[in-house]
Design a protein around this ligand. Sequence first.
Ligand code: FPP
Length: 236
Amino acid sequence: MVEQQFLPAHVGIIMDGNGRWAKKRALPRKMGHKAGAEVFRKIALYANDRGLKYLTFYVFSTENWKRPEDEVHAIIRLLRNYLDEVDQYRDKNIRIRFLGDLSVFEPDIQKKMGEIREESAGNTGMTLNLAINYGGRDEIVHAARRLAEQVKAGRLAPEDITEQLVAENLYAGDEPDVDLIIRPSGEYRLSNFLIWQSAYAEYVFMDEVLWPDFTPAHLEAALTEYHKRDRRFGGI
Ligand code: FPP
């Protein structure tokens, strides 16, 4: 196992393949998401025990609304269930955040997310980010608007807008860039996930596993692969 000091600070996971997992079993797609949500719980807890500092899951994208209503509802229901049970993890010392345009969700969901974020803000273990109604481009537009407002109010000069300032205005502007992005299921795409933060990320695409079959051993394999990579950040 990769030693703690060589672990990536921030890992992102695209939970892909739920639909195909269900199809292979002649089940409705939503059953794939249900199984996927269970795996999400397990991997989040394992990663916290393993000492990862930041873990971001792609739960629901700004593009996922195009899916059939029944499937969208099923995913939101799974999110609701998770929000309701988060109290159980209180002793795990995990800091939980939600990245995305949350304004589209029903008020009770927004309220719950706000409470969880605040109650866990002082936790010193892993930071667990759930990207929901999240899109990387949308996030950058959101940051641009925030900066434009400051310029309009006369508090910021356009020439003072730097990469760091843009980064600070993203949804989790105080977190480090993502170091490693893992995508199971054989798709080799980023799908609008953390596009700003992944400028120098390493990618591990795993075509041998669909998300509902993903285990801690798969995470370990990805961490080992990451450790073998030579990261140069544009240098030599
Ligand atoms: C991608 O698989 C998966 C999603 C779009 C949804 C992911 C959501 C969950 C695992 C439920 C999460 C709930 C919580 C509380 C974290 P796909 O449907 O695109 O799979 P396919 O490519 O095989 O069709």
